[in-house]
Design a protein around this ligand. Sequence first.
Ligand code: SAH
Ligand code: SF4
Length: 454
Amino acid sequence: MPGSDAPFGLIMTTSADTGSDTATMAAPIEKRPLERYVEPAKPSLVGLSRSVLAEALGGIGVPDRQRRMRVQQIWHWLYVRGVQDFDAMTTLSKELRADLDRHFTLARPEIVAEQVSVDGTRKWLLRLPGETADRPHDVECVYIPETDRGTLCISSQVGCTLNCSFCHTGTQRLVRNLTPGEIVGQVVLARDRLSDWQRAAELLPPLEGEGRTAEGDSGRGHRTPTRTASASDLPLAGGGERRRLVSNVVMMGMGEPLYNFEAVRDALAVIADGDGLSLSKRRITLSTSGVVPNIVRAGTEIGSMLAISLHAVTDELRNKLVPLNRKYPLRELLEACRNYPGLSNARRITFEYVMLKGVNDSLADARALVRLIKGIPAKINLIPFNPWPGTTYECSDWEQIEKFSEIVFDAGYASPVRTPRGRDILAACGQLKSATEKLSARERLALRAMAMTD
Ligand code: SAH
Ligand code: SF4
C-alpha cells in the first residue's frame, strides 16, 4: 500500500505513471488525516441534517409522530432566529427544552481571535476539539463586506490533504476533516458576530403564540458579546431577497472541500435550506484544486457554483504548483469542467489563477490560458499572490497583472483581479492562523480578550 507507513500522515502517491523525474516522484501528492473527530458527550445540534436531527430527537424520547414538527420548529430557531439557548425556543414545551438542554448544546466553534480590518474585513480564528483535550485545532473564517454583497470564506479541513507549493496551508499537515456541524457553525457564528439574525427575522411574521418580545430576545443572549457592525458600514444583499450581511459563502478557507465530500455536501445542504440559513446555491461557491472524480459528483449532489484553482497552463508547471495535477492532469480536469452539470452562460465556472512573478505570469501564459478553457462558460479570477513567511514566490508586478488581465479581457472573459482585502490583518485565507501562531502567550490572551469583549 503506498504510504501506509509514511511519516507525518503522508500518502506517498507517486507520479511514476506520468513520467516525472525521480525527485518529483518522491514528493507526496496527498496526506492522510492524523486524527479522527471525537464527538463530545453533549453534542451540538448545529449543522445536523433534518433526518439526523429527527433521529437525535428520537433518541431522547420524542415520539415518532411529533418529530417532523419539532425538527421544523428547532430548525427555525437555529437558522432563522439564531438562538444560542434552548430556553429561547418558546414554541417548544418547557419539558422538551429541558430535555434538549440535558443532552445537547447549540455550541458553535469557539472563537479564539477576531480581527477587524480598516476595510471592514473580519477574520476569526476558531478552535475545534482535537482527538485529545490537550490538542485542539485552529481553523479560520473570513468575512469580506462589499457594496453589493457580504462574502464569508469558510474552511473544510484542519490543514489540507494537498500540498500546493505557493499555499501556506499546503505546507501544514492534514489533521482532520471538519464535521458538517463545524462547517455550518462557521456561517452561524458569523451571523452571531455580525448581528445578522435579526435582519433575517425582520421580514418574517412572528411564530404563532409569539410576540415581538421573543423575537427581540432571539437576537440577544449571545454567549460571546457581539461587536455590532452598524448597518451603514456593512453591505446589504440587494434584489428582492431578504437583506443579509452574509449573502455569499465561498469554500476557500483551509482545506480541499472535495476531499471531505460528504461533510461538505451535507453542510451546504443545511446552508442552502430555504427554511433556514437560506443562501441560494448560486451564492455558494466551492473551490477545488481539481479532484476530478468528485467534480461531476459535486455538480449532481451539491449543485453549488464551482471554482477551479488552475494557476498554470501546462502540466509541467501545474505539477509543481498543484502536485495533485500529477494524478489528475489538465486534460482530465478540463474534461470534468466541460461535463459539470448545469453549466451555462448563466452558471459559469470560475478559474482561479494566482499571479506568481516570473513563474506563470507571462503574456504567453495569458494567451495559452484563454486557449485552454475555450468553449467552457467561464470567468477568470486573477489573484495577487499573498506572500507568507518562508515562501520563495513573489507576487507579480501590478503592471504585469494588468497586461495579463487585458489579454484575458480581450478574449471575452470578465477577469476581475481579486482586490487584496484586509491587508492590515493579513489578507488571504489561510493566513490568520499563521499570524496568530507567532504571537506570544500574552498577545494571544490579549487577542482572545478582544474577541470575547467588545
Ligand atoms: N483547496 C481549495 C480551496 C481553498 S484555497 C483550492 O485549492 O481551491 C482557495 C484559493 O486560494 C485557491 O485558489 C488557492 O489556490 C488560493 N491560494 C492559496 N494560497 C494563496 C496565496 N498565498 N496567495 C493567493 N492565493 C492563494
Ligand atoms: Fe490545499 Fe487549496 Fe492550499 Fe492547495 S491551495 S494546499 S488544495 S488549501
